[in-house]
Design a protein around this ligand. Structure first.
Ligand code: IMP
Ligand code: MG
Length: 174
């Protein structure tokens, strides 16, 4: 049987997302950045961040980028695939790529390089969780919710084999 152990409380996530929104609002060059939600894991964070930014007077656009590296396994395959369409109209725009977890760094590195190559004016990155011990490429996010150890986690949009995304907190899977 799978056991989930709570690691980060829902309320702590809410407060941290609000803090990140304040930092982003203070540093974004214009008030209409484009949030690029990396699917699927970042959809909950993106929705919360979007509304916090709205509270601060911003009106960001939202686009979605579906990346795949994990499949249903707990270990990354190392290869990043784009599934479906790449967001259009990113040329000349200020982007904020939002991901759930910065792990090996391959996904965010891939996304950032791709959007810069496509002519974005700037590409900032935001992640709910950062596992610095796991990094294999040189990638740091501009906005990090929480640094965590090398643990496999679920909840707040993050899955294990498509389960547990609904949990309001982040927990570890045994
Ligand atoms: P990276 O490309 O290795 O940085 O991997 C990032 C992606 O791997 C994240 O967006 C997640 O989808 C997935 N991932 C990494 N660690 C975990 C985890 O602990 N639980 C679930 N998914 C994870
Ligand atoms: Mg993911």
């Amino acid at each position: 049987m799978t056991t989930i152990t709570k690691l980060i409380e829902a309320e702590d996530i809410r407060n941290r997302v609000r803090d990140m929104a304040r930092q982003i609002a203070a540093r974004m060059p214009v008030n209409d950045p484009v949030l690029i939600c990396v699917l699927k894991g970042a959809f909950v964070l993106t929705a919360d961040l979007l509304r916090e930014l709205g509270e601060l007077g911003l009106s960001p656009r939202v686009e979605f980028l579906r990346l795949s590296s994990y499949g249903d396994a707990k270990e990354s395959s190392g290869e990043i695939l784009v599934l479906g369409d790449v967001p259009k109209d990113t040329k000349g725009r200020h982007l904020l790529v939002v991901d759930d977890i910065l792990d090996t760094g391959r996904s965010l590195d891939f996304a950032k390089s791709m959007f810069l190559r496509d002519g974005a004016a700037s590409v900032a990155t935001c992640t709910l969780l950062d596992k610095p011990q796991r990094r294999v490429v040189n990638m740091q996010a501009d906005y990090v919710g929480f640094e965590i150890d090398d643990l496999f986690v679920v909840g707040y949009g993050i899955d294990y084999a498509e389960q547990y995304r609904h949990l309001p907190f982040v927990g570890t899977v045994d």
